[in-house]
Design a protein around this ligand. Structure first.
Ligand code: NAI
Length: 462
């Protein structure tokens, strides 16, 4: 068996990025992946396929709602679900093959199969035991289960089954108003399903800026989604291809049931660490089932590191990627580092929702004096031309120093716009720095500049 400097377990965005970066830095690297294709949850059954369906269903929404007003007459297209799934699978294929190409280009060996770690420095795959100076675990996460909810991935599905439903359901219940529930819920709503979202809390997308939460919920309701808030789902069962969901309302403990053609369980994900032999190896876990690591991704066992969804922090592909790069650099003798204060979060609905840094609620809790500069897309010419004037940009800056502390955007291309604020934050910029930067007209990014202006003397267009 070959001896490696590094074996990475898992080829999702954390693992494959780590493997490629380590190889670029001169290490001899292998990556173990048990799936048929590289790319992990994100490329195969997560971020990428869901974006394909979001894109296709958004095109339909545009045709149904905005084409006629633009002078584009004729019947709106109908949904060929089989073809939409083929398109989605094609997008997956292009991306997973892309990683295969990058592995070859960077001389990363793909070891096919599921790995266990019998001892530090050893990785067993099938009958072969490979040796490595260091091991990085990037095994990702899986959908968390909910007691009483009987997932069969046909009628009652997780995000994985939601990408391969036999047909577009007439009615759908989504359990959990988090990122997955709202992204996939809005796909099916646009394709014609009547979607009811049942959420335990009194707000959607917990942890997000309250003003964004309220605005986001109003916009989704306008798009036809129905919300049952403050309701704990007790059970979901199937009979004859129909599902019945029972929930209890927190306000009066009353129980109610709702029937649907499909149910999406989206109440969170948990680290996927089974089968690696971590118990026997003596790897310490946190009380939330994550692999415990120090500030340099080292586990309690020398030579074994962990990154991504398997460790603490937000379960985001780009957080895993950054950790993959950082640990590769550390293992190559460099100073790898991730700035956890500047990790953007994006929800790819339409409009998109994006955030970085602190929320107003967190700043209040910290007792920090801040100012909020806000600008509505209604005042942005490009957004109006594109039927995308719902939403706003909000920038939070220190009251004294004007340094940007956070930003919250709901609106067109929010997931792209947020990055100019991320860069500004990385450079410790003040809102005035953004406000004094020339922004091309007409672009959505002018709304970011206007929000920065609103932190000072005020925006021009509102
Ligand atoms: P989530 O944690 O975002 O939301 C789960 C929701 O379910 C919460 O609002 C919670 O209050 C609710 N809930 C929990 N138990 C419930 C019950 N019994 N009845 C009703 N509601 C209940 O989880 P989600 O959406 O499953 O996403 C999982 C992970 O995947 C997250 O960490 C997310 O960041 C990540 N992800 C990120 C994406 C992105 O960045 N665009 C896309 C998809 C997933």
């Amino acid at each position: 068996m070959a001896n490696y400097d590094l074996i990475v377990i898992g080829s999702g965005p954390g693992g494959y990025v780590c493997a490629i970066r380590a190889a670029q830095l001169g290490l001899k690297v292998a990556c173990v992946e048990g799936r048929e294709t590289l790319g992990g949850t994100c490329l195969n059954v997560g971020c990428i396929p869901s974006k394909a369906l979001l894109h296709a269903s958004h095109q339909l929404h545009e045709a149904e709602h905005n084409f006629a007003a633009m002078g584009l007459k004729g019947k709106a297209p109908t949904v060929d679900w089989k073809q939409m799934l083929t398109y989605k699978d094609d997008v997956i294929g292009q991306n997973t093959k892309g990683i295969e190409f990058l592995f070859k280009k960077n001389k990363v060996d793909w070891i096919k199969g599921w790995a266990t770690i019998p001892a530090a420095g050893k990785v067993k795959v099938g009958d072969d035991t490979h040796e490595a100076k260091n091991i990085v675990i990037a095994s990702g996460s899986e959908a968390a289960s909910l007691p009483g909810v009987e997932v069969d991935e046909k009628t009652i599905v997780t995000s994985t089954g939601a990408l391969t439903l036999g047909k577009v359901p007439k009615t759908m219940v989504v359990i959990g108003a988090g990122v997955i529930g709202l992204e996939l819920g809005s796909v099916y709503a646009r394709l014609g399903a009547e979607v009811t979202v049942i959420e335990y809390l009194d707000v959607i997308t917990p942890g997000m800026d309250n003003e964004v939460q309220r605005s986001f919920k109003r916009i989704l309701e306008k798009q036809g989604l129905t919300f049952v808030m403050g309701a704990a789902v007790q059970s979901a069962t199937t009979k004859g291809g129909k599902a019945t969901v029972t929930y209890k309302l927190k306000k009066d403990d009353s129980e109610a049931t709702i029937e649907a053609d499909a149910v999406l369980l989206a109440t969170g994900r948990k680290p996927y660490t089974q089968g690696l032999g971590l118990d026997d190896l003596g790897v310490k876990m946190t009380d939330r089932g994550q692999i415990a690591t120090d500030g340099h991704y080292a586990t309690s066992v020398a030579g074994v590191y962990a990154i991504g969804d398997a460790i603490e922090g937000p379960m985001l592909a780009h957080k895993a990627e950054d950790e993959g790069m950082a640990v590769a650099e550390i293992l190559a003798g460099q100073a790898g580092h991730v700035n956890y204060g500047v990790i953007p979060g994006v929800i790819y609905t339409h409009p998109e929702v994006a955030n970085v840094g602190k929320t107003e609620e967190q700043l209040k809790e910290d007792g920090r004096a801040y100012k909020a500069g806000k600008f509505a897309f209604m005042g942005n010419g490009r957004a109006k031309a594109n039927f995308a004037a719902d939403g706003f940009v909000k920038i939070l800056a220190d009251k004294e120093t004007d340094r940007i502390l956070g930003a919250h955007i709901i609106g067109p291309a929010a997931g792209d716009l947020i990055h100019e604020i991320c860069v500004a934050m990385e450079f410790g910029a003040a809102a005035e720095d953004l406000a004094r930067t020339c922004h091309a007209h007409p672009t959505y990014s002018e709304a970011v500049r206007e929000a920065a202006l609103a932190c000072g003397d005020g925006p021009i267009h509102s």
